[in-house]
Design a protein around this ligand. Sequence first.
Ligand code: FE2
Length: 333
Amino acid sequence: MIVLGIESTAHTFGVGVVEDRPPYILADKRVNYVPSRGGIHPREAALYFMDNAVKVLREALSEAKLSVKDVDGIAVALGPGLGPCLRVGATIARALATYFRKPLVPVNHAVAHIEIGKLLTGFKDPLIVYLSGGNTMILAFSDGRYRVFGETLDIALGNFMDTFVREVGIAPPYVVNGVHKLDMCADEGKNFINLPYVVKGQDVSFSGLLTAALKLFRSGVYDLRDICYSVREVAYTSIVEVSERGLAHTKKKELLIVGGVAASKVLRTKFEVLSMLRGVRLGVVEPKYAVDNGVMIAWTGLLALKHGVSVEPERAYVRQRWRPDSVDIPWMS
Ligand code: FE2
């Protein structure tokens, strides 16, 4: 079985083609929208996607040496994400499915991060820590779905990091050579300054930390490098704390880190220590597939299609706040 997948939830427009046998990935093409200033502007991103979509689709098909006629299904990320961006991918997927009479497979973007992570690490049933610009969640499979065992109560870790470095004037760009500006700045800090550490039950919160850290910065009293160092310690440690409790509660033996923020070396070291202490295997998705891509949508679409999941094109609505714990996962049951 061969499935073509389309990703367009936020800043990446990607098309992937996968097959249900090694080497699995037949094509992977993508473009990234980079905001000229500030954060993502959804409408600008959507226009950028429309300008590039046909080119990306063509390149992916030619890399896979296939035409749309040859694939068994069209998968598309219908959420969660930014409305204008999601609608570009959804419109193209609906058109392809209708014109070529192929099943259309709705894919939840968060579930796709998990499934590509499992494929690449060989993990079967991990506790998942999903950290990206727009999402911060601890998940584990239980009773037919990926259940949420902790999440952010306000902003996501990636969004928090981006906003902080932007407000203190060291970004954009947010990431240079795969290293986030917060990590870069924090590596130079030495002194820890007390900041609000917020873990409520199994959930984390970063908006209070953001306000407090910016207040410190604007006071002019502290060295920015020390603030970055302290901010990073507090933010990362809170994630590791809820991950540890997730492991203790679910008794999973694998710990899988997915999403764009997984690239941070310091965070990774913290998870290495945690997994050693708890005697679990650690898997971190390689940066290329930790960030958004079409391959993960195609792969999850393939798993779903094999279990009869598809949707009529006229009913393939985008869902900006589509939670992963509302999606049935028949291939795990
Ligand atoms: Fe993502």
